[in-house]
Design a protein. Structure first.
Lengths: 153, 738
């Protein structure tokens, strides 16, 4: 039994404590925007925010998550795709297949929270998620667009 | 009775083709009518809208639902095909929605939507004619409906943005108001359909935004791996890690009592699956299950043994054909090289590669008393349908495939449908219960149909002036056709492995004219299954030809661009693209200290590609790819924005292969099972990519694949320029550059 704060809701889940948070989010909580890609924290498709930090949820045991930890998944990032990162992604058609993009968007949102005006080097260091369609060039451009979004609070 | 339009394709109708799972040698024959006329419209209730023809369904609010038969895997085919229909339909692009049809519907309507297979960069180029005709026919019917409503000649009507106007009487009606009447009309005579000249395009040819971006931004897009159904159970699977081996036994008692586990299922002779209430419980139980494999005859195979096997093919005389398992040529290359003033030779090699789609292989199958269903990411929905029917024994007419957009395809999810066969085998143990099989990343890496391994020996002869007088290319390696399509090997010749070296124009023609030329393929198969991998054999063959061309140019003392140009006068389209890349890529202009350029060109999928790469190599041998300019002539460019996206993506896919891609074989099995050892390029390594679309509006070429082939050779040639040493074996991670 674990108590999780996901997207502002408290969820009680009945699950083994060593289950990765990714699979609890997908299978017990039922939020499937967070993706499985590798299971070993290499690809970042499973990226979520925990207390505003981006984390690879495939490699976090649910038993190690505290009830007070604020987990945000892609579904909870904004209402109606209004986060500057989501708007920037839409503005220049970043996604191709889209499978990795939840994780990319969560990584970018965390970067901008930490570093509101990232340099290319900041982006290189923060955006380490794998995209097999090869959207990297547009991801970089979209992070800059989001950073310059004047509507950002 | 309504007449159906019979376009020029109709004479090819009733062709029989095989849709099936080539990997298991099966297949089901389906009658195949090329999409000819959008058949009889299916009656619809008027308050929901009306199907004007198979391609166009119009709702009362003027929303135009445009049907798309090809699979979307990120390449943008939904948007591009909808643009082509909408262009002829003259509807309001802001009111267009794409609707994907299922293979069951297609079959039930005598394949009115034509082929659904999505590979070989064919999505747009082989369906553009009939989808445009579909849009045009629908427009003509909507106009006719207005003419009949107003009792005026159709010639007095105009249409724009889905509104038909009769100027003389100042009347207008939108498509939403006309669709129900239009649907009752006869389809027009095909001879009356005149397609627009592409220079008049307003919707097609424009860099419009994709139709399918929104739900990729908030996690709401449902991939097959996300499928939710009542009472669903999940399965994890392990197939014998050694190709050709079998399952010997497993000790089910050791996992008895684990939470959520419902059953352990033997899958065919080679695999075992655990079914549980969640995938994680199934996966961890499977990991805990003791399994004994009968590893079969290839249990000692290794990369070194395979390399020796291929090496033998470079000099062998005992090939099946007279000169090889496929060849082309002119003159006497061997003699010309032998007697040349200067000669050189080199051996190149490229490894097995995995597709590594981000969404691993998966399928969800439900077998009910009288129905079989699968939810699956597939590049070939009709092959999925055939696999479902074949594996379940349920007749095709009672099978349905819910085609989900793919989390990457790259050639992995085409005809084989191995994961559908597996899922059906498991679902048979659970009648009426949906079974979702998900492969772990490790299983995905261990059981791909890999890009074929090959080696290539090239030899060239130069005359005293440095002109190329003879070229001999011999590729020794594995055949995709031998694994997947034996019928593709004709009279012992497998020309597919020589993709890009063709003498024939149109698809994958070699862009050079050499007075004495011999290009041979010698088949050397292994126990590892191989298949198409984005760009397929153009990738390896472009490395061989284009890197060696730089070696020859250097031996001739000539600039690589000028050396190529001298061989390309008979190939103006190849040359134009090469020149476009060279110009945009600043060939010959000064570079910052330490930065060097490389160039390459190649043809595949009916399109012409060239690239210029700028790289630097540090004193310690560290490579940095700074910039890549790619030029592409794909004929008609339906969506330049998405073409650029495909080109950018092809750089990442091609560069990953160049830098890191390698599936090593040890003890008969794959050993690079996850992204820690099977490395994938990250954003920091992405060069600045500039795309040049070279206008050439007289043919339809592919887009998704062609440019990958020039990425590796352009980079390798730039490295050669930087270090003076040619790189002949990929990937670069194994090569000391200085």
């Amino acid at each position: 039994m674990a108590k999780l704060n996901i997207n502002g809701s408290i969820r009680d889940v009945e699950v083994e404590a060593d289950t990765p948070l990714l699979w609890v989010i997908r299978e017990q909580v039922g939020l499937t925007g967070t993706k499985y890609g590798c299971g070993i924290a290499q690809c970042g498709a499973c990226s979520v925010h925990i207390n505003d930090e981006v984390q690879r949820s495939c490699s976090i045991r649910v038993g190690d998550v505290k009830a007070s930890d604020r987990i945000v998944t892609i579904e909870g990032l904004s209402a109606s795709r209004s986060h500057p990162v989501q708007k920037a992604w839409a503005a220049i058609d970043v996604p191709q297949c889209g499978y990795c993009q939840s994780g990319q968007i969560m990584a970018a949102a965390a970067l901008l929270k930490r570093t509101p005006k990232p340099t290319d080097k900041d982006i290189d260091e923060a955006m380490t998620n794998i995209c097999r369609c090869g959207t990297y060039q547009r991801i970089r451009a979209a992070v800059h667009i989001a950073a310059n979004d004047t509507s950002r609070t | 009775m309504k007449k159906t339009i019979r376009g020029k394709a109709a004479k090819l109708s009733r062709r029989t083709f095989i849709v099936g799972s080539a990997a298991v040698g099966g297949g089901l024959a389906l009658g195949f009518n090329l999409p000819s006329g959008f058949g009889p419209a299916v009656a619809q209730s008027a308050n929901e809208g009306a199907e004007v023809n198979a391609w166009v369904f119009v709702k009362p609010d003027d929303t135009c639902m445009i049907r798309v038969a090809r699979s979307e895997m990120g390449q943008g085919t939904i948007t591009g095909l909808a643009q082509l229909v909408a262009e002829e339909l003259e509807c309001d692009w802001n009111k267009v929605k794409a609707e994907q049809i299922t293979p069951g519907r297609n079959l039930a309507r005598k394949r009115v939507w034509g082929e659904m297979s999505t590979g070989g960069s064919r999505g747009i180029r082989t369906s553009q004619d009939y989808v445009r005709r579909g849009g045009a026919a629908a427009r003509m019917m909507l106009l006719q409906a207005a003419a009949e409503e107003w009792k005026v000649p159709v010639g007095e009507l105009t249409v724009a943005d889905g509104v038909v106007t009769h100027a003389a009487s100042r009347r207008s009606l939108s498509y939403g108001k006309l669709a129900a009447a239009a649907a009752k009309l006869e389809a027009p005579d095909p001879k009356a359909i005149k397609l627009k000249d592409p220079k008049d395009w307003k919707i097609a040819g424009k860099p419009l935004k994709r139709l399918d971006t929104a739900d990729k931004l908030d996690g709401s897009k449902v991939f097959a791996i996300d499928a939710k159904l009542p009472d669903i159970l999940c399965a994890a699977i392990k197939d014998c890690p050694v190709f050709g081996g079998k399952l010997a036994s497993y000790d089910e008692a050791k996992i008895a009592g684990r939470p959520g586990v419902r059953k352990v299922v033997k899958v065919k002779d080679t695999a075992v699956a655990v079914v549980a209430d969640t995938w994680w419980r199934a996966k961890t139980a499977l990991d805990a299950l003791p399994i004994v494999w009968d590893e079969g005859p290839s249990a000692s195979a290794s990369s070194a043994m395979i390399a020796e096997h291929l090496k033998g093919g470079l000099t062998a005389t005992d090939t099946n054909g007279e000169r090889g398992n496929g060849e082309r040529g002119n003159g006497d290359a061997r003699k010309a090289i032998e007697t040349a003033a200067k000669k050189l030779a080199a051996v190149y090699g490229t490894p097995f590669l995995a597709h590594a789609t981000m969404e691993p292989m998966n399928a969800t199958v439900r077998l009910s008393a009288d129905k079989a269903e699968v939810w699956v990411p597939t590049q070939n929905a009709e092959a999925s349908l055939a696999a479902l029917s074949e594996a379940s024994g349920v007749p095709l007419a009672k099978c349905e495939v819910y085609k989900m957009d793919l989390g990457g395809g790259f050639g992995r999810r085409g005809g084989t449908q191995d994961y559908v066969h597996q899922t059906v085998a498991i679902a048979k143990e659970f009648p009426g219960v949906p079974i979702k099989l998900i492969w772990s990343r490790e299983e995905d890496q261990a059981h791909d149909f890999y890009r074929p391994i090959s080696q290539c020996r090239l030899a060239a002869g130069l005359d005293a002036s440095g002109n190329l007088v003879g070229l001999h290319v011999r590729v020794s390696g594995q055949s995709i056709n031998a694994t997947l399509n034996p019928a593709g090997i004709v009279n012992g010749k497998d020309m597919r492995q020589l993709q890009g070296f063709s003498e024939q124009p149109g698809d994958a023609q070699l862009g050079y004219t050499v007075p004495n030329l011999l290009i041979e393929y010698v088949m050397r198969n292994t126990h590892v299954p191989v298949g198409p991998w984005r760009g397929v054999n153009t990738n390896q063959n472009a490395v061989y030809m284009e890197c060696f061309m730089d070696e020859v140019a250097r031996a001739a003392g000539k600039d690589p661009l000028e050396f190529r140009r001298a061989l390309m006068s008979q190939h103006p389209k190849h040359l134009a693209v090469l020149n476009a890349a060279a110009e945009k890529g600043d060939w010959g202009k000064p570079l910052p200290a330490g930065v060097h350029r490389g160039i390459a060109q190649f043809m595949g999928y009916g399109s012409y590609s060239a690239a210029v790469a700028e790289v630097s190599v540090s004193d310690r041998g560290e490579l940095k790819v700074h910039r890549m300019v790619l030029a592409l002539d794909c004929g008609h460019a339906v969506n330049p924005g998405q073409i650029a996206a495909q080109v950018e993506g092809s750089v990442a896919y091609g560069l990953t292969a160049t830098l890191y891609g390698e599936c090593k074989v040890k003890d008969g099995r794959m050993v690079d099972l996850n992204f820690d050892s099977y490395q994938i390029m990250r954003l920091a390594e992405m060069p600045k990519v500039e795309t040049v679309i070279v206008p050439s509006h007289d043919f339809w070429g592919g887009v998704g694949e062609p440019t990958i082939s020039v990425v590796a050779p352009a980079v390798l040639n730039a490295i050669y320029a930087a270090t003076g040493k040619p790189v002949r074996q990929l990937p670069l991670k194994n090569v000391r550059l200085v």
